[in-house]
Design a protein around this ligand. Structure first.
Ligand code: ZN
Length: 87
């Protein structure tokens, strides 16, 4: 009875591992395809705060402005607020 349980556990474990491998492969494949697409039609945008160029899909957008990170977006917005004089 215990041997049966062990065999069942091993089969279950192997199946789970195979399924994980299969999923990983699929994900990697899709990632590669996405990368190729980005290289073909990838658009670069400039961070409004530090002038660094970043791919559009990695950049953050706030209205018409682009930012390389949320930190820079927040800083830019903060400065805008300071200029306006609104608290
Ligand atoms: Zn930036």
């Amino acid at each position: 009875m215990i041997i049966r349980l062990i065999i069942f556990a091993v089969v279950f474990y192997v199946g789970l591992k195979l399924y994980g491998l299969y999923r990983q492969r699929k994900l990697e494949h899709e990632e590669q395809r996405n990368k190729v697409n980005h290289h073909e039609g990838g658009k670069m945008v400039r961070c409004r705060w530090c002038d660094v160029h970043v791919p559009e899909e990695e950049a953050l957008r706030d209205q018409a402005q682009w930012f390389c990170s949320s930190a820079h977006r927040d800083r830019f917005l903060q400065e805008q607020q300071d200029k306006d004089g609104t608290p």
